[in-house]
Design a protein around this ligand. Structure first.
Ligand SMILES: [Fe+2]
Length: 166
């Protein structure tokens, strides 16, 4: 308890700098799990006026971002990856129904890729899940949710391919 965004982002920076690749991201996910259970942190950074996507920290050296999300109401989404980057989904409130997929046919700029469902599971408050480069997934929610996500790079600036489930 008693975490601050400054502390959290500094620790993320050190984990990611000292352990490049998936190992560092697992360390970030471990710390994110603690943050998700810190009521004060969550109330401060996921207050009612936070929208669907608010970058609350962007690392000047490594480019990773800490992003706050208040997602209103039910929603489905199509399968996607995070292009050359990665993301850690941290569930703070509500439930995300996540599906994972295997790639059957690669996507191009003009044509959606084809993917096949491999796993279905729930992200509940306190769970942080790492999606590495190329990990295909689709989040769905039946009601409002709040998440803290850590992205390898600011995904708002990245063009992504489309995928369809077969
Ligand atoms: Fe994603």
């Amino acid at each position: 308890m008693g975490h601050t965004l400054e502390q959290f982002s500094r620790q993320c920076h050190d984990f990611l700098k000292n352990n490049p690749g998936p190992a560092g991201r697992e360390k970030v996910a471990g710390l994110l799990k603690e943050i998700l259970l810190d009521k004060e942190f969550i109330e401060k950074h996921l207050h009612a006026n936070v929208g669907e996507r608010e970058v609350i920290y962007e690392d000047p050296e490594l480019g990773f971002c800490v992003v706050a999300h208040n997602y209103p109401g039910a929603k489905n989404s199509t399968p996607h990856d995070h292009a050359h980057s990665w993301a850690i989904y941290g569930q703070a409130r509500g439930e995300t129904e996540m599906c994972d997929y295997e790639l059957i046919e690669a996507a191009t700029a003009d044509k959606p890729g084809k993917v096949k469902l491999t796993k279905r599971y729930k992200l509940v408050p306190g769970v942080a899940h790492v999606y590495n480069e190329g990990d295909l997934h689709s989040p769905e929610r039946k009601a409002s949710t709040s998440l803290i996500r850590v992205e390898g790079t600011n995904m708002a600036k990245v063009t992504r391919f489309k995928f369809e489930a077969i």
